[in-house]
Design a protein around this ligand. Structure first.
Ligand SMILES: NC(=O)c1ccc[n+]([C@@H]2O[C@H](COP(=O)([O-])OP(=O)(O)OC[C@H]3O[C@@H](n4cnc5c(N)ncnc54)[C@H](OP(=O)(O)O)[C@@H]3O)[C@@H](O)[C@H]2O)c1
Length: 389
């Protein structure tokens, strides 16, 4: 079983899990997806997210979760770089999780996509690189691939010449190489656009790309997100590098016992996103299910002198699941990490487990006809927000 070791940061003692390659992951992560509303994805205004990341480091967070699709890599990177420059934290004390987006599932797209993410963050590696979903989606080619390749190579050769000149001045080849690769990738995405039709790229091909990222030293660990039991078993069976982590939705309304046990049996650390479930308002909507003042949760919270959100986060920790929780509120940042000085009893865990009704808040049913769709299908799939109508 994965075991916890202690790490002392400021006023909090955040434990860490030993991953299957000996590296360590802090037992709580701050999520950076800012949510969405009727007008689309919520964006950080006036560097709010950068400032939250800096405050989070001050109160003890060392693990941050982002993804290419969240549009938060730049500000996350800026926040952690500033704290490193201040001397508050060293890179090796931080754990950054990032995710590959669905339109980059071909093996040759994976490393360039990661390089671009690293460029945005201003970092030379990430600690964990996850395949965000098992499903690949298409980029639409605006002109034939051969011409695209030629054009890109032409541009990149010219950049290489400039690079050589620059090299004699700076000798910083790693950074330049990164910039060059990122430029090539950015050009490629500029001359193509996502049409989001289903691609049949097998997620095992994508996995090979993630393995490439490890071999190149760009990702310290790799894993998957939103994979079901059969899909995870296939990665375990056919991959050369064992996944270190599985990120899935876990909260009192979807407790995921089977999947959590399967992953933990194979020494993966499970990360649980959206840990508050119906406790909080999502996308401006109040969903049915236990709320923050639910009498059962309040009774447990009183017994431990904690709040109900802290009880729910601790319920994940006591199941060896890393909560990936998001807040941009300074006092809730402190509240959410102040969960390592108490434990729930087996009976209390069981009581919370009873809220399970397999409710998902991340349910992209608009992709449910995809061959690699991981979840149960519904009768009335929602409209695809990625396709402009
Ligand atoms: N792999 C995937 O496909 C996937 C999918 C979804 C999410 N994620 C990751 O998981 C992270 C968390 O997801 P989430 O935002 O759905 O989860 P969440 O942490 O369960 O909910 C966040 C909401 O709860 C509020 N909140 C936070 N702490 C609170 C507290 N102590 N008391 C009351 N309200 C509180 C936040 O508002 P304030 O900000 O105003 O405090 C925010 O509205 C994301 O940021 C992302 O990194 C991954």
């Amino acid at each position: 079983m994965i075991k916890l070791t202690e790490m002392t940061v400021g006023q909090t003692n955040v434990p860490k899990y030993k991953l299957n390659n000996g590296r360590e992951m802090p037992a709580i992560a701050l999520g950076t997806y800012l949510g969405h509303d009727k007008s689309g994805m919520v964006r950080s205004v006036n560097k709010q997210l950068r400032d939250v990341v800096m405050q989070a480091i001050d109160v003890g967070y060392r693990h941050f979760d982002t993804a290419e699709i969240y549009g938060t890599e730049e500000e996350l990177g800026e926040g952690v770089r500033r704290k490193m420059e201040e001397g508050a934290v060293r890179r090796e004390e931080l754990f950054i999780t990032d995710k590959l987006w669905n339109t980059h599932h071909k093996r040759e797209q994976v490393v360039p996509s990661l390089r671009e993410s690293l460029c945005k963050m201003g970092l030379s590696y990430i600690d964990l690189f996850l395949m965000h979903w098992p499903m690949g989606l298409h980029l639409r080619d605006w002109f034939p691939r051969e011409r695209q390749e030629q054009t890109l190579d032409g541009i990149c050769t010219r950049v290489l010449v400039v690079r050589e000149i620059f090299f004699t001045c700076t000798r910083n080849t790693d950074v330049l190489q990164q910039v060059l690769m990122a430029l090539r990738f950015r050009l490629q995405t500029a001359i193509t656009s996502e049409d989001y039709t289903h691609s049949d790229v097998d997620f095992m091909e994508t996995w090979l790309g993630l393995e490439d990222a490890v071999r190149l030293g760009l990702a310290r660990n790799i894993g998957v997100s939103n994979f079901n039991k059969q899909q995870l078993e296939r990665i375990l069976r056919e991959g050369s590098i064992r996944p270190a982590a599985l990120q899935i939705e876990v909260h009192p309304q979807i407790i995921q016992t089977e999947l959590v046990q399967l992953a933990q049996r194979h020494q993966l650390v499970v990360m649980g996103y959206s840990p508050f479930g119906s406790l909080v308002t999502r996308y401006g909507i109040k969903f049915p299910g236990p709320t923050i003042d639910d009498p059962t949760l309040v009774a447990i919270a009183r017994r431990h002198h904690k709040t109900t959100p802290q009880v729910v986060l601790r319920w994940l920790v006591d199941r060896n699941v890393v909560p990936v929780t998001k807040t941009v509120n300074p006092s809730r940042l402190k509240e959410n990490i102040d969960i390592f000085d108490f434990e729930l009893s087996a009976r209390e865990i069981e009581i919370i487990n009873k809220f399970d009704e397999k409710t998902r808040y991340t349910l992209p049913s608009f992709w449910q006809t995809h061959a690699y769709y991981p979840f149960e299908k519904v009768d009335n799939p929602s409209a695809d927000p990625f396709i402009k109508h």
